[in-house]
Design a protein around this ligand. Structure first.
Ligand code: MN
Length: 197
């Protein structure tokens, strides 16, 4: 039972003008798909081929001999999560329980927004910025390359992919503009509320 590329949760042009169909076609159809193909090749005819993705990630994290499997499994998981962390007409300040928890952890949405943007912009090279639940508290973390909070006992609520392939066609080198757009027009707070439970 091979891993399969999950469909995007919206049409490839649904996030325009903020993220174009051209970016989503490459990002989902080429990059995300490549991680799926690689993971299938690396786990073929092994017990991991039929294991849940989360189990593969937890079983291979920190094992240098299995770095290829970890990197591809984590990138499959991270991308599937990232698509859901955006929606058309998303962005802006959250409401309800997510807003209350952000107020409690960061002292308000404005402070949260500033700290999340800083994390996303200062992740050196490829990686991800996340809002996570860690030991009962909300935290902002950044991870390098394929690394993922679920490998470290944290529960992700949202993520922003800051690999260049996520934004270069639309924003070139202007990562701060892409992060502003993610926060103001794309982030899916309903998804964060679901993940908060
Ligand atoms: Mn990506």
């Amino acid at each position: 039972m091979a891993f399969e590329l999950p469909a995007l949760p919206y049409a490839n042009n649904a996030l325009e003008p903020y993220i174009t169909a051209r970016t989503l076609d490459f990002h989902h159809g080429k990059h995300h798909n490549a991680y799926i193909v690689n993971l299938n090749n690396l786990t073929k005819d092994t017990p991991l081929a039929s294991a849940p993705l989360e189990r593969i990630i937890l079983d291979t994290v920190g094992d240098a001999a299995k770095a290829g499997i970890f990197n591809n499994a984590a990138q499959v998981w991270n991308h599937t999560f990232y698509w859901k962390a955006m929606k058309p007409k998303g962005g802006g300040a959250p409401t309800g329980n997510v807003a209350a928890r952000i107020d409690e952890a960061f002292g308000g949405y404005v402070a949260f927004r500033e700290q999340f943007k800083t994390a996303a912009v200062t992740q050196f090279g490829s990686g991800w910025a996340w809002l996570v639940l860690d030991g009962g508290s909300l935290k902002i973390v950044k991870t390098g390359n394929a690394d993922t909070p679920i490998a470290h006992g944290q529960t992700p609520l949202i993520t922003c992919d800051v690999w260049e392939h996520a934004y270069y066609l639309d924003y070139q080198n202007r990562r701060p503009d892409y992060v502003d757009t993610f926060l103001d027009h794309l982030v899916n707070w309903d998804f964060a509320a679901d993940n908060l439970g």
